[in-house]
Design a protein around this ligand. Structure first.
Ligand code: ZN
Length: 301
């Protein structure tokens, strides 16, 4: 059997694959310059970033939570999709039986022209705005206002010559933002507007989860890509088990994929490439999507 990182053998497997699933994490957007924030070292100011991504944090200090998200909205707006996003979008255009699940909220896959019918944003989007009142269903999609509102302007400052943003310095005091300075829901007039992302402890969108299950159950799978994520968080890990049971060979692409501590996950017939997704996805998918043109775009099929 070919080695787990044999590109030729992978290309052969890819050519004979029809139903393909991908699960993408922060590593896909890393080379676009977006920090992951989750996991070890994910600090923002002096906050553990995961402690800001909760309903409780929003109830306690919505202004601070909003500053964190306003900063991420600004960063992701300035970032560009990388060749990894573009390669997956090209695969989707060429293969209607390819479904892509992403944990990323940065909107870079849609901006890479990934067809929306073949992309499920598991954790929502930084550019969707919801109501914090749980009994209100108001949602606004595709809000790219930057700054989001006047009080959040300190999160949208561009510093000259790469100087650090004052907001990011925990010793730099930021003016406390009160609830009155944040926009209210235009429907119920009770809740605050909040980022349309899934916070720790919140459920993923149930209609989307049902769509994904239906897609996975419809027919057996040939391949599943696991890209830029350690896939330890529910439901990500579950999708890998399920795809395996549905017949998929697992293809892991992330810089740690070939580390000794990771190799136990690689079953016979699986592939693991310890590479950056932005660099390696175009190469791996080349038999289907071809080479990019001079602008880094893959021709539309
Ligand atoms: Zn509302």
């Amino acid at each position: 059997m070919a080695a787990h990182n044999d590109v030729e053998a992978f290309h052969q497997a890819l050519r004979s694959s029809r139903r393909i699933l991908a699960l993408c994490g922060a590593g896909l957007s890393a080379s676009s310059g977006l920090p992951t924030f989750r996991g070890a070292g994910g600090y923002w100011r002096n906050y553990d970033a995961t402690s800001l991504a909760t309903v409780r944090a929003f109830r306690t200090d919505p202004g601070m939570v909003w500053l964190f998200y306003a900063y991420r909205r600004h960063l992701a707006l300035k970032a560009e999709p990388n060749p990894g996003h573009r390669a997956l979008a090209a695969l989707a255009r060429r293969n209607l039986d390819f479904m892509c699940l992403t944990q990323n909220v940065d909107n870079l896959s849609p901006r890479a022209q990934h067809p929306s019918s073949q992309l499920k944003c598991l954790h929502g989007s930084l550019y969707d705005i919801k109501c914090s009142n749980e009994s209100c269903d108001w949602i606004q999609r595709g809000n790219f206002d930057d700054p989001f509102c006047a009080a959040l302007a300190p999160a949208s400052v561009d510093m000259p010559n790469g100087e650090p943003l004052p907001l990011l310095d925990p010793y730099h005091r930021v003016k406390h933002i009160t609830e009155d300075e944040l926009p209210k829901c235009p429907k119920c007039h009770r809740g605050l507007q909040r980022p349309g992302v899934v916070w720790f402890g919140e459920d993923l969108d149930s209609a989307m989860m049902m769509d994904i299950s239906a897609w996975m159950n419809a027919e057996p799978l040939d391949l599943m890509f696991v890209i830029g994520t350690s896939a330890q968080v529910y439901p990500a890990a579950g999708y890998i088990d399920k795809a395996r049971k549905r017949g998929a060979r697992i293809v892991t692409i992330n810089p740690e994929a070939e580390d000794e501590a990771e190799m136990f996950k690689v079953n016979p017939g699986d592939f693991a490439f310890g590479k950056d997704a932005a660099e390696y996805l175009p190469l791996l998918l080349e038999p289907i999507i071809g080479k990019p043109n001079a602008d880094g775009e893959f021709e539309m099929s």
